[in-house]
Write a protein that binds this ligand. Structure first.
Ligand code: TPP
Length: 941
């Protein structure tokens, strides 16, 4: 056998040692020196056929084998760690055994400990001793899994931290007593609830009890490193326990929720209050733990959906925006902690989307600490059925996140993992993951029978002592506790809960959070006009580029035009993007910070925005909204990664954490919003009703049928409108640049007074259309109008028999038609605000047409989409029986639009024709689209 066989894994290390030996033989230990004396390094590379002399070769082989073995233990030792408290055997790995390298314990005893390197080498005379110590570090009840970390400094730090044991807790008498008390509190809480409310769902933590002491350790550690705020996101498992003991939610409140009293006057259905189940509730500590406040946002049943929300909250809390510029993020200020399920973490794509945010400029939080509450089951599903990775945590490896798997029945190992997590996070500002491996003492919920599906596991669990019992036994064996003292601690905690229950007044203790309603008319009172002179100053400020900045030629021309855009107050010079930039700039000048994100938002999907310029020579960035002198708050703008659910969740979190900032997310095309449907349904539209949250996130969703096919036409307004309930969102489809200007400014003005999410269906081809352009005067004097009457029809009101109501882009198709000029009996009115439906404003419009017979709702979307379903009910109530109501639009369809541009044109023309054709037939009933059906049938033939 030659040394060439070992070339590869550790050859580099041996050669390095050899080099050291060559320069200074004294720099290596005697055994290594002896081995190198007769060794030919070319043999290692397999370049020589000359065997080295037998004894030297044997020695060098042992050196190489020992170093490879040590390296393998460091890399793969976790495969042999005893992670499962229920005692299943670790899978192990042949690379961890000396036999694989054909060396014996005796060989290792001949070699010096220094060969193994690291802290263990310092206290080991032989390689054998050092290897045994390494095994105790890497193959006991902690699995250090960090070999995927590519940054040498981080990897070395982790290695040293693991091997030195410097994060192992002292567990002296005082801290052991405190830990036992904490574990008892956690366990008794669950047992008490089980006894008091048998079978009621609480998603017990039992089997993963150490989660609470781990969180204690992380939060106090983070506080020591300067965190002022910790945000915890978690699902159902153990939530009540964490709420009670980490968030300090009073026992009375939790017990009152179990009692579930109906207190009529507190239900506030008038405010849309519907509430939620207790294990979705959030909380916030009223006093800091140390220096740190702890928050847990509410979350829905949808597992892992809260992840980006928490990360967004942490980002917002750590971002300072109180002066112009890009905003300053302080990484240590806020600590996000995410607690995951072992089935949900690998299964839910939003986890990967959130992890992908962790190192991106606009999304970094300075590191999130993740804990997988790994009970080795997902409802009834086994790990084999739940993930294709080796561990539940496998996904984190790709994101270069260090992982520590730890046996949840080993308290010291758990606390070591927690300390390692916050120390690492504090030092490197990166994510860290603890895979806390335990079990689930009961069924998925407390009414569930786990033995139906996991009979063997649950036989074991039935006799498995709790971690508290095990720890108490250890302390009793050490003489630190007695059976009686342990029992007294248990009784004390029961007593606290019993007293809370005895004094409970559920009707009073239950406090549903209800968002206060805005005062009536708050939205309409927002002043949004900006005097022309002020606009001109701001515009001038926006044009001040850094000296010697070279613009791209085409953009240079556009910027030149921008300079004179406000010269003539009555000229239609303001296109959509100019209105947007002036709106945002004036908002920033008013002191409201703005954050705008989405895919490619810096330039804009349609190359319309150019909020960020790139020097054509150097690539340097210039962001006028961050440099104009009038700004008194920061403008954050970031191209988002290619994600919808993750980034919308993030912006939602950012928004609820800092509701005084205008947070805008733009979809590349409106269609893609459905990739974030869980965030929309579970947080945005219902968050106020369920949890009393008051989001005000803005969605810009390009929308409009322009012949681009089913996937680039519709922002699916029907989905928003279906969930619209007057107090939960505003949905807009406006048609002029000035309207957009006032809309954005109104949203900024209402952030404090009447916050609601704002959905804006935005134009595509119309971005630069002359009919959409506005005059400077409209910005300087106007305001947002929820309904825009037909100004052309004012001269002929008494001849108008049909009023066509429409919204958005189709209006431009209608007024551009030549039939418009010859149809004096038709007026066209734009409904710019779809929700809340502007009934009063519309009623005023209707009253202005004395000869009106028929109201038409015209839309370009298919009948089962667009606004029709929402509008129909509103219109029926608004017009009563006074006029007939007719629908004009595409027929019901499975997909939002035609796949062919030619077909699109035909249908679009038909809509316009029909708008101007007063049917002589029966128009008293809402009609289906007989003509559309005919045209469709004709097309099919
Ligand atoms: C997105 C989503 N899909 C399905 C469910 C239904 N569900 C609730 S709990 C659960 C199992 C979760 O397993 P795990 O992530 O391991 O957490 P555990 O309950 O074991 O703590 C499932 C499938 C859900 N709540 N959310």
């Amino acid at each position: 056998m030659t040394l060439g066989r070992f070339a590869g894994v550790n050859a580099g290390y041996v050669l390095e040692l050899y080099e050291r030996y060559r320069h200074n033989p004294e720099s290596v230990d005697p055994a290594t020196r002896a081995a190198f004396e007769k060794w030919n390094p070319a043999e290692l590379e397999g370049t020589t056929s000359e065997p080295a002399s037998a004894p030297a070769s044997a020695n060098v082989r042992a050196v190489v084998a020992a170093t490879i073995l040590a390296d393998s233990i460091r890399r793969y030792g976790h495969l042999a760690a005893q992670l499962d408290p229920l005692g299943s055997q670790p899978i192990g790995d042949p690379s961890l055994s000396p036999e694989t390298y054909e060396i014996s314990a005796d060989d290792l005893k001949q070699l010096p400990g220094s060969l193994v390197g690291g802290p263990v080498a310092e206290t080991s005379a032989t390689a054998y001793e050092a290897i045994e110590k390494l095994r105790r570090v890497y193959c006991s009840s902690t699995g250090f899994d960090y070999s995927h970390i590519f940054v040498p400094e981080e990897r070395d730090w982790l290695r040293h931290a693991a091997e030195s044991g410097r994060f192992l807790p002292p567990l002296d008498p005082e801290s052991s007593d405190a830990l036992l008390a904490r574990m008892t509190q956690v366990e008794v809480f669950e047992r008490f609830l089980q006894r008091t409310f048998p079978g009621k769902t609480r998603f017990s933590l039992e089997g993963l009890d150490m989660l609470v002491p781990i969180l204690d350790e992380i939060i106090s550690g983070a506080a020591d490193t300067g965190a002022r705020h910790a945000v915890i996101g978690m699902a159902h498992r153990g939530r009540l326990n964490v709420l009670a003991h980490i968030l300090e939610k009073p026992y009375e409140q939790i017990l009152a929720e179990f009692k579930d009293p109906v207190v009529a006057e507190r239900l506030r259905v008038d405010l849309g209050w519907m509430g939620d189940v207790k294990y979705h509730a959030g909380a916030r500590t009223s006093t800091p733990r140390g220096h740190t406040f702890v928050t847990m946002p509410p979350n829905p049943s949808h597992l892992e959906a809260v992840n980006p929300v928490v990360v967004g909250m942490a980002r917002a809390a750590g971002t300072y925006v109180d002066e112009g510029g890009a905003g300053r993020f302080r990484s240590a200020a806020t600590l996000p902690v995410l607690i995951h399920g072992d089935a949900a973490f690998p299964g839910q794509g939003i986890v990967a989307e959130t992890l992908n945010l962790s190192r991106l400029d606009g999304y970094d939080t300075g590191g999130t600490i993740h804990i997988i509450a790994n009970n080795q089951l997902g409802f009834t599903a086994t790990p084999d059925e739940s993930y294709s990775t080796s561990y539940a945590s496998g996904l984190a490896r790709g994101f270069k996140i260090p992982i520590v798997h730890v046996n949840a029945d080993d308290p010291a190992a758990c606390l070591e993992a927690a300390r390692l997590a916050w120390e690492y996070r504090g030092r490197f500002q990166r994510d860290f993951l603890i895979d806390l491996v335990g079990y689930r003492r009961h069924g998925h919920n407390e009414g569930d029978e786990p033995a139906f599906t996991q009979p063997l596991m649950y036989k074991k669990i039935a006799t498995h002592p709790t971690v508290r019992e095990q720890f108490a036994r250890t302390l009793i064996a050490q003489g630190a506790q007695t059976p009686q003292s342990v029992e007294t601690i248990v009784k004390t905690h029961y007593t606290v809960l019993e007293l809370a229950l005895a004094s409970l007044k559920p009707e009073e203790d239950l406090e549903p959070p209800v968002a206060e309603p805005a005062p009536p008319g708050a939205a309409s009172r927002a002043e949004t006009a900006v005097p022309l002179e002020r606009l001109r100053q701001i515009n001038e400020g926006l044009q001040q580029a850094p000296p010697a900045f070279t613009f791209h030629k085409k953009l240079e021309r556009a910027r030149e035009r921008r300079k004179s855009v406000l010269n003539n107050p009555d000229e239609r010079t303001i296109d959509w993007s100019t209105a947007e930039e002036l709106a945002l700039a004036s908002i920033l000048a008013d002191g409201v910070a703005v954050r705008l994100t989405g895919e490619d938002v810096e330039r804009g999907t349609f190359s319309q925005r150019h909020a960020v310029f790139h020097d054509a020579e150097t690539g340097a960035r210039f962001v006028p909204l961050q440099t104009f002198p009038q700004a008194s708050a920061a403008f954050e703008i970031h191209n988002s990664p290619l994600s919808e659910a993750g980034v919308v969740g993030f912006e939602f979190g950012y928004n609820i954490q800092e509701p005084g900032r205008l947070v805008i997310w733009e979809a590349q095309y409106g269609d893609f919003i459905n990739g974030a449907q869980v965030i929309i349904d579970q947080f945005v539209t219902s968050g106020r009703s369920k949890w009393g949250l008051q989001p005000s996130l803005v969605f810009l969703l390009p929308h409009g049928h322009e012949g681009q096919g089913p996937e680039h036409s519709s922002a699916r307004p029907e989905r928003f409108l279906q969930s619209a309930a007057d107090i939960n969102m505003r949905v807009m489809n406006c048609t002029t640049a000035a309207q957009y200007f006032h809309l954005l400014r109104r949203q900024a003005a209402l952030l404090r007074r009447d916050p609601l999410p704002l959905v804006v269906l935005t134009p595509k081809s119309l971005l630069r259309h002359p009919l959409v352009a506005s005059t400077p005067k409209e910005l300087a004097e106007g305001r947002f109008r929820s309904v825009i009457d037909d100004s052309d029809a004012r001269q002929r009101v008494s001849s108008v028999r049909r009023l066509v109501l429409c919204s958005g882009k189709v209006y431009v198709d209608l007024v551009s038609s030549e039939r418009r000029q010859v149809s004096s009996n038709v007026a066209i009115c734009r409904v710019e605000q779809l929700a809340p439906f502007p009934r009063v404003a519309l009623r005023e419009v209707l009253d202005g047409y004395p000869s009106l017979e028929e109201v038409v709702w015209l839309q370009e979307e298919p009948e089962n989409m667009g606004a029709w379903d929402w509008v129909r009910g509103q219109l029926v109530e608004t017009i009563q029986d006074q006029f007939s109501l007719r629908y004009i639009g595409r027929v019901r369809s499975a997909s939002p639009s035609e796949g062919s541009s030619a077909w699109h044109q035909i249908n679009q023309r038909r809509l316009v024709d029909e708008a101007f054709t007063l049917d002589s037939g029966d128009i008293k009933e809402p009609t289906v689209l007989s003509k559309a059906v005919q045209s469709l049938a004709a097309f099919k033939r």
